[in-house]
Design a protein around this ligand. Sequence first.
Ligand code: COD
Ligand code: ATP
Length: 203
Amino acid sequence: MLKVGITGGIGSGKSTVCRLFEKFGVPVYYADDRAKWLMNYQEDLKTKIQKEFGVGVYDEDGRLNREYLAGIVFNNKAKLETLNAIVHPAVFDDGKNWQEEQEALGVNYSLKEAALLFETGSYASLDKIIVVTAPEDMRIKRVMERDNTTEEAVRARMSKQMPQEEKVKKANYVIDNTAWESLRAQVSKIHEDLLYYAKRPNR
Ligand SMILES: CC(C)(COP(=O)(O)OP(=O)(O)OC[C@H]1O[C@@H](n2cnc3c(N)ncnc32)[C@H](O)[C@@H]1O)[C@@H](O)C(=O)NCCC(=O)NCCS
Ligand SMILES: Nc1ncnc2c1ncn2[C@@H]1O[C@H](COP(=O)(O)OP(=O)(O)OP(=O)(O)O)[C@@H](O)[C@H]1O
């Protein structure tokens, strides 16, 4: 199975693009969503997070208080590094299991969507990388509207990510998500290309 990664900075439109790939029948692993699931339900991970960030990071029902944790880590480099070091290996293992399941199902190629593919080093386990881009001011505006948050909060996360132009240099494919109109055609073209690669024995 060809393993394809899809990344892009905050608000670039990764999830939006992935939903189009899903329409072509491509299975997608959403690392950011899965990370949150694991942080809520994997006891091992919960214990480590609580030990590091205090019991207040989970509410009485044992659910992660994301706003509280975001307030800590996106304003403190060392704390973010600590959280990343706890969460990223667990997500990597979970993603690997998912890929193996897809492979067993006979899937041609699968997608792994993550905000941090290059930053975590997980790109190295993937065969091709797609980077989704949009102008910075547009990304900020979209996230502010989607999450009802401030420009400052979006910039705090952005500053912890590899700059867009660097990601583009490392990409096999770039999807420009400035507008809806051309999105489907860009996805369709890349999908055809990936199917072609996936079926080549010596790719
Ligand atoms: C702090 C948390 C709980 C805040 O949750 P929240 O629902 O507000 O954000 P969510 O996880 O949906 O992320 C939204 C966007 O924020 C940015 N972001 C998230 N985590 C990080 C990070 N560690 N570094 C830089 N940017 C990040 C990404 O662009 C991401 O797409 C959460 O972001 C988190 O646990 N982050 C650390 C683990 C992580 O890196 N997860 C994502 C990749 S596996
Ligand atoms: N081409 C577009 N035109 C207008 N709005 C868009 C476009 N693409 C995405 N959006 C909107 O912008 C917001 C961010 O998109 P999306 O959630 O797909 O980005 P993301 O890269 O997955 O974000 P994050 O890094 O925060 O996980 C969403 O509200 C989405 O509906």
